[in-house]
Design a protein around this ligand. Structure first.
Ligand code: FPP
Length: 244
C-alpha cells in the first residue's frame, strides 16, 4: 500500500507514463547481494506502481523490463531474469489482472523461450477485456528494432500492392509499430540517475516530457510517482508550437 492513501489524480497529470526501471543491480550491490536479488526487489515494486495508476489518473503505464541489448549480460543474469519473468507472469500478474488491468507485451518474441511466450499470450488473452489500467510490458524490446520490424512489414505491404509509397506518412508508420493501439507517452521516467533513453519508445516519445530521477528502481514508490505527475502538470507542453 502507498504511504499516502489520499493520493488523488492531478488535474493535468499524464495519461500515459512510461518507465525505464533502472538501478536494480546497484541496489543489490549496495547490500552485498547478487544482481538478481535486485531484480526480484524491482519486480515487487511493479505492483504498487500499477495499483497507484487509477488514483493518479494514469490510464496507460508502459514499463521497460528487458531490452534487445540486455542479452549482452552474463548468461546467469539473463537466465535469472527470464525465469523471474516466467514466475512473475504466472503468479504476481494474475493478482494485477484481477484488478481490471489489461496487460500487453511489446518487443520481439522470437528470442524468448516458448514457455514464456505461452504465459505472455495467456495473460494478454485473460486480461483482453479489462478496462482499467492498460499496462504494457516491454520485453526483448528495442526502439530501433521495433522501427526496423515495422518497416519490414510496411515494405511487404508495398511490395504486395496493399500500400502505395506516396501514401506513407507520419500517420502510416506508427500503425506498424508494436504500440499501434497505444497513445504516445506523455511522461517518461528513468530511475537511478542515468540521463539516457536507451532505445526505449524512440518514435513514440518524440514529444514526451522526461524525468530522470536518482532513486534506484527497487526504492521507487507510488508517492514519488505522484510527485512526478504533479510536476508534469505544471509543465508547458507546446509540441513545437508557441503559446496562444
Ligand atoms: C535495470 O537495472 C533493470 C533491468 C534490466 C530489469 C528490469 C526488470 C525488473 C524491474 C523486473 C521485473 C519486471 C517485470 C515486469 C516482471 P540494472 O540491472 O541495469 O541496474 P544497474 O544499472 O544498477 O546495474
Amino acid at each position: 500500500m502507498p504511504k499516502d492513501p489520499d493520493i488523488a489524480a492531478h488535474p493535468h497529470g499524464p495519461g500515459h507514463v512510461a518507465i525505464i526501471m533502472d538501478g536494480n543491480g546497484r541496489w543489490a550491490q549496495a547490500r552485498g547481494r547478487p544482481r538478481l536479488f535486485g531484480h526480484h526487489a524491482g519486480a515487487r515494486r511493479v505492483r504498487e506502481v500499477v495499483e497507484a495508476c487509477p488514483r493518479l489518473g494514469i490510464k496507460y503505464l508502459t514499463i521497460f523490463a528487458f531490452s534487445t541489448e540486455n542479452w549482452k549480460r552474463t548468461q546467469v543474469e539473463v537466465a535469472g531474469l527470464m525465469s523471474l519473468f516466467r514466475r512473475y507472469i504466472a503468479k504476481e500478474m494474475q493478482a494485477i489482472a484481477a484488478n481490471n488491468v489489461r496487460v500487453r507485451f511489446i518487443g520481439d518474441r522470437v528470442r524468448l523461450d516458448k514457455k514464456l511466450i505461452a504465459l505472455m499470450d495467456q495473460l494478454e488473452q485473460e486480461t483482453g477485456g479489462n478496462t482499467g489500467t492498460q499496462l504494457t510490458i516491454a520485453l526483448n524490446y528495442g526502439g530501433r528494432d521495433e522501427v526496423a520490424r515495422a518497416t519490414k512489414r510496411l515494405a511487404q505491404d508495398v511490395a504486395d500492392g496493399r500500400l502505395r509509397p506516396e501514401d506513407v506518412d507520419e500517420e502510416t508508420l506508427p500503425k506498424y509499430l508494436d504500440t499501434h493501439v497505444l497513445p504516445d507517452p506523455d511522461l517518461v521516467i528513468r530511475t537511478s540517475g542515468e540521463a539516457r533513453i536507451s532505445n526505449f519508445l524512440l518514435w513514440q516519445s518524440a514529444y514526451a516530457e522526461y524525468e530522470f530521477i536518482d532513486t534506484l528502481w527497487p526504492d521507487f514508490t507510488a508517492d514519488e510517482l505522484s510527485r512526478l505527475c504533479q510536476s508534469y502538470g505544471a509543465r508547458d507542453r507546446r509540441f513545437g508550437s508557441v503559446k496562444a
